[in-house]
Design a protein around this ligand. Sequence first.
Ligand SMILES: [Zn+2]
Length: 245
Amino acid sequence: MEGTLRTILSKLWDYQAAILEIARLNKALKTYPESIRTLETEIKTIEKKLTKTKTELDENKDTQKKREEYLEMCKTNLEKYESDLMEVTNQKDYSAVLNEIDYAKKEIHNTEEELIKLFEEIEKNEKLIDEFTQVLSTKKEELDKALEDFKATNQEQIKRRDELLEVKKKLESEIPLKYLKVFYNIAKKRNGIGVATIENETCSACHMKIRPQKINEIKKHPDSLYYCENCQRILVLIPEDDNSE
Ligand SMILES: [Zn+2]
């Protein structure tokens, strides 16, 4: 059978192409697009800010509650002292109660001021929470869309890879084990490339010139294995232009 080895080598060439493309697709499938990573980082940052603001809001509301209780207490005290004032009989008690009244009024004033500031802080917190929540929801929608696109692209790539895995399996059953072993021995040492073609009289893998006598020899003896003298890879003559010669 003329050209048997040549057919095997041609299949080995297709086999190598399938392996390389499968590896490329597997790598692409594992590589997360930059845009998705950026979105994920942005979302994390906003989530952190949102959590921080929510904690601040809780603390402010807690303080507000305590200050309101204190204000109520001061007001009750003030009422009590004011009614006490009616009942004191001596100057000493009178000025003592007056002092208490002064103090209560000052505390009421200060606490009211404090409550106004707290109220403003709370409003600010709530506004920020609204803003962050809105941005977060927009960013999450963007991320969902990006992930969907990524999945769609992945699905195409997975389909292509699975087809190639079938091609690889079929070729493995067609190429004699002996040649597969030779191929893998070379490929292992040479970046996964065990076979090279001859293009413009050069080796397609290492780009070194191949002697014309050697090319003639390869053409004359299609049933012998030939190796590139420079990179030691198996040389394949792809019989694409057989008729035009
Ligand atoms: Zn070479």
